[in-house]
Design a protein around this ligand. Structure first.
Ligand SMILES: *Cc1c(COP(=O)(O)O)cnc(C)c1O
Length: 230
């Protein structure tokens, strides 16, 4: 508990510093505590420390933990999402960060409509084009957004990316800069109902660089809870 508190203090200091560097206020940056593999009792303790947003990358883990986590917390689906599992989380998460294909959009539309809600989504982009990463290639994003416009129960609220892990986080800067640039291009198109409100980029190793390059949503696990035991 004490170590989580200390970690959070340091992260918040860093967020403030990076936000100020890019001419913004730390309040404009949403900190998502990535709670994958973390037990519910520890999550609930952390939630006493001014965390309002938690991120998970597995549907099963959200299902397992959901009822044991205090109410009023915003859940983020940050991992690869299989279409056949959308139904299990549609009423639980407030933002899906990993929209990256039409078949998934179709399923989210169907389930959101059934639940009488609109689902906020970020389009995941694979800027670095690593084979191992999900997400659309940069060149495909605008066409993709155009084809999602017809799904009335999906609201696109921004973009998400993961940078490759680099010992020297400075080397990830160009990835974040590219995503920011892409979000500006999309903004200029002024697609009806599409907002480039969130840029979800930056993890434990690189969130300061990401914020300096315009991120306003960082996803931090290890930096808060310590190393994960898989
Ligand atoms: C695990 C994970 C994170 C957090 O990674 P850390 O390095 O532990 O901060 C962020 N985003 C996604 C998509 C993840 O799967």
């Amino acid at each position: 508990m004490l170590h989580i508190q200390k970690n959070l203090q340091e992260i918040k200091r860093n967020i403030k510093e990076a936000a100020n560097k890019s001419g913004r206020d730390e309040k404009d940056i949403t900190l998502i505590a990535v709670t994958k593999t973390v037990d519910e009792d520890i999550i609930n303790e952390a939630l006493e420390l001014e965390i309002q947003d938690i991120g998970e990358n597995k549907v099963q883990e959200i299902q397992r933990k959901y009822d044991n986590i205090k109410e009023g917390i915003k859940w983020h689906m940050i991992g690869h999402l299989q279409s056949n599992k959308v139904k299990y989380i549609i009423d639980k998460v407030s933002l899906i960060h990993s929209l990256d294909r039409i078949s998934l959009a179709k399923e989210i539309q169907k389930r959101a409509k059934q639940n009488n809600i609109t689902m906020d989504c970020l389009v995941q982009v694979n800027i670095s084009e690593e084979e191992s990463k999900f997400g659309l290639k940069k060149e495909k994003v605008i066409t993709f957004i155009e084809s999602v416009l017809k799904y009335e129960n999906i609201k696109i609220k921004g973009l998400m990316t993961m940078a490759p892990y680099m010992e020297d986080s400075e080397k990830t800067r160009c990835v974040f800069r590219e995503l920011k640039k892409l979000s500006q291009e999309i903004e200029e198109r002024a697609f009806p109902g599409v907002e480039m409100k969130f840029l979800s980029m930056g993890m434990t190793n690189d969130y300061m660089v990401a914020i300096e390059e315009g991120s306003n949503m960082v996803r931090i696990g290890t930096g808060i809870f310590g190393k994960r035991n898989y």
